[in-house]
Design a protein around this ligand. Sequence first.
Ligand code: HEC
Ligand code: HEC
Ligand code: HEC
Ligand code: HEC
Length: 234
Amino acid sequence: MSSRRSANIRWIVVAIGVLSLGIAWAAAPRSEPRQPPSQSVAAVAPAAVHHPVQLHLPAGLGTIDSGLRNVTGEPIGIACSNCHALHAEPPFIQKTTDLKRFHKDLRLVHGELQCGACHDPTDRDKLRLADERRIPMQDVVQLCGQCHGPQLRDWKHGAHGGMSGHWDLTKGGRVRNACVDCHDPHQPKYPTYAPVQKPRDRFLQSPHGEAPGHDAVPHAAPAPRAPTKAEAPR
Ligand code: HEC
Ligand code: HEC
Ligand code: HEC
Ligand code: HEC
């Protein structure tokens, strides 16, 4: 018992020692200043220009496709408020099974969510966050991100959602994809694909044992195998 207590005291003494060393280090004057002198680098190198990061959004976001095209061949979309402003139509339908007059082919397979989780009940041109704030359709990433924090974090870091352009914004701009560029908000699950055999490259493995062209040199040499009857020299 007493030996354990003395061991405890020893640990406390060690801990205090380490702590005070740390404090002394933090308080000690530095030989090097922490901040570079104010008129150093900026005077030599011109300030770097940062190109913009743009958000790509699907064409016709927040409109219903009329099936018609304008003179330049672009699809003509109908704004939601064209119909929804006409009739304030309570009750606000929440389930796809209640859609009897319009949007009848819409399927909602997104957890247990209902229309009101994302659409504003008073202004159908807008989306609505969980705290009832109304946001424009263009801010859809904010809507998805409020429930999908890890994906939003990854998206911000560039690990989810892809991009094109430059990492180094001093060299050029960058375009990010919005969540709805890839995910249908109503059925967001990404389709799965069955893995298939890789394509067989007829230039890499010549049935006649000829050397492949230099463009076709494989990165990893295939394991040597015994020649088949057809390949064996006659
Ligand atoms: C051509 C008219 C028309 C357009 C355009 C239209 N809607 Fe609707 N919408 C309706 C009707 C009618 C209903 C009621 C459905 C029913 O009763 O079957 C409805 C229902 C809905 C509902 C269910 C909640 C409710 O209001 O009862 C949502 C959400 C909705 N629409 C969103 C939109 C959005 C978003 C757009 C634009 C992208 C849009 N609608 C464009 C006619 C329209
Ligand atoms: C998870 C959020 C979310 C839920 C839940 C949701 N929507 Fe949407 N909806 C969106 C977003 C975001 C858009 C705009 C993006 C787009 O057009 O692809 C949209 C677009 C639409 C559109 C226009 C484009 C289209 O797909 O026809 C209609 C109509 C619509 N929603 C109706 C509904 C109805 C009706 C419900 C409920 C049965 C519902 N939505 C539930 C997020 C949601
Ligand atoms: C109000 C909260 C909420 C909002 C807003 C929301 N989601 Fe979801 N999302 C969910 C829930 C709940 C699930 C189901 C999780 C489960 O079943 O494990 C889900 C599932 C998903 C999945 C996985 C689907 C699957 O079946 O594996 C994707 C992808 C997704 N959401 C994308 C989006 C996108 C894109 C948006 C914006 C248009 C969005 N979500 C908006 C709550 C939300
Ligand atoms: C470039 C296309 C693309 C964009 C943009 C994108 N995603 Fe995804 N997302 C995917 C793919 C592909 C998967 C499926 C990955 C898998 O199955 O491993 C996925 C998976 C998901 C899942 C399901 C994760 C799981 O483990 O089941 C969620 C949730 C999700 N994305 C949310 C979002 C949100 C929120 C945004 C916007 C901030 C977004 N995604 C933007 C392509 C995209």
